[in-house]
Design a binder for this molecule. Structure first.
Ligand code: FAD
Length: 401
């Protein structure tokens, strides 16, 4: 049996940032972070687009809007202090059909209301100056959007946790959680950890951790895989920074985009296909327990009835490179299917409610002596330091030790 003041479950960017912030505020606390894999940052944190979002898309007043704007500023300041490379390469969101223009205008309005600096609506000529190979009717230019390697950021947070006296235990899957005499007891294959307070940030398994602690089963994590293609090196010149389409308003995902990577290269993606395993990075990966969790949730069928058409398009993009190329050719017409090579994939932890709605905002649930992060999809990596401050506030309010 191991004892501590605070146990954090999940060594992704959110759990690491939360552990770091709790120790920063309370240097004397004994904190243990439990991660099931042998290393931290292997799931969403290590498999994403690497974009430092500026906060354009999110509903004004939402946690996403507030924490993304604050978090991106905090993140770049942190990278400056820690010498972590990042690049403010700028981004354009391109409308290619007249019907997308009102949506683009709405995005600009939102972005300004959210306090995103220096946003501008631009026409085709200015777009050509910024991205010489992009074509569109109009675009939003967000010059402050950047890129970073979130795996590297997570490792720096982990160093901070250790330097502050926190312990990171890997290969420790939390299998159950109980309350015993005012303590939270977490069961791992290597024994029990007893804590005064628990914080769970379990990404693709966050619903399971919350439900182990008695949270209502009203949110289910539905895994949406996103595949990337890599642009052949000789074609990288087609993209200078970040080029995005106008997102489909019925989905919380941002659409297949072109992303310059830290350390070189350009990725196209991710699409969004229902995954049959929460950590299934290939089309053929199936985990019966995960699949049953999806299919037995009433909200899934409500979503399916509403969105089967979009789902079918996304599946086609998964199977056919040509369909994928078609998505990016709308705004960079010179990209041909043969310019794209299969790349990595990531799986998004997206919460779905019982009525079949994809939960748009971050959800942080407070229980007795515990805080459970129940929905932390994109832009949670950008927002990690701001989410950590919110979690630490909730811990302090619930447990004024
Ligand atoms: C394809 C894709 C593209 C994205 N692009 C961007 C982007 O450009 N910009 C951006 O800001 N965000 C982006 N995101 C979102 C971002 O990656 C996530 O929001 C963020 O990484 C979430 O971090 P996390 O710590 O909550 O989850 P994770 O990184 O998934 O970490 C959760 C951790 O918990 C561990 N765990 C789970 N269950 C247990 C258990 N029972 N016991 C112990 N440990 C457990 C897991 O092993 C894992 O390490 C993207 C996500 C995806 C998938």
């Amino acid at each position: 049996v191991t004892r501590c003041d605070v146990a954090v479950v999940g060594g992704g960017i959110v759990g690491l940032a939360a552990a770091r912030e709790i120790l920063r505020r309370h240097p004397g606390r004994r904190l243990i972070l439990l991660e099931k894999e042998e290393r931290v940052g292997l799931h969403q944190t290590g498999r994403n687009s690497g974009v430092i979002h500026s906060g354009v898309y999110y509903a004004p007043g939402s946690l996403k809007a507030r924490l993304c704007v604050a978090g991106s500023r905090a993140l770049t300041a942190y990278c400056d202090r820690r010498g972590i490379p990042y690049e403010v390469c700028g981004k354009v969101i391109v409308a290619t059909h007249p019907e997308e223009i009102p949506r683009l205008e709405e995005l600009l309005r939102r972005g300004r209301e959210n306090g995103v600096p220096d946003l501008e609506m631009i026409g085709p000529e200015r777009l050509r100056e910024i991205e010489p190979h992009a074509r569109g009717l109009r675009a939003i230019h967000s010059p402050r959007t950047g890129i970073v390697d979130y795996g590297r950021v997570a490792l720096a947070y982990a160093e901070d946790v250790r330097a502050a006296g926190g312990e990171i235990l890997t290969g420790r899957e939390v299998r159950w959680l109980q309350r015993r005499r005012g303590e939270v007891v977490l069961g791992t294959p290597a024994g029990e950890v007893r804590a005064g307070f628990a914080v769970t940030c379990a990404g693709l398994h966050s619903d399971r951790l919350a439900e182990m602690d008695g949270a209502p089963p009203d949110l289910r994590i539905v895994p949406f895989r996103g595949d990337y293609y890599v642009l052949r090196p000789e074609r990288e010149g087609l993209v200078r920074g970040l080029i995005y389409p106008v997102p489909d308003p019925s989905l919380p995902f941002l659409g297949v985009h072109l992303t310059r990577r830290m350390g070189g290269g350009v990725w196209a993606g991710p699409n969004a296909v229902l995954a049959f395993a929460r950590e299934g990075y290939r089309t053929a990966d199936v985990n019966p327990r995960d699949l049953a969790a999806t299919l037995s949730f009433p909200g899934f069928w409500a979503l399916g009835r509403r969105c089967w058409r979009v789902g079918a398009t996304e599946m086609a993009r998964d199977l056919f490179r040509a369909a994928f190329a078609r998505a990016v050719r709308r705004y960079v017409p010179e990209i041909r299917p043969r310019d794209l090579v299969r790349g990595p994939a990531g799986v998004r932890a997206q919460a779905l409610d019982v009525r079949g709605r994809l939960v748009d905002d971050f959800v942080v649930h407070v229980a007795e002596r515990a805080v459970h992060v129940r929905n932390a999809p994109s832009p949670a990596a950008t927002s990690s330091l701001a989410i950590a401050a919110l979690i630490a506030d909730r811990v302090d309010a619930a447990w004024p030790a």
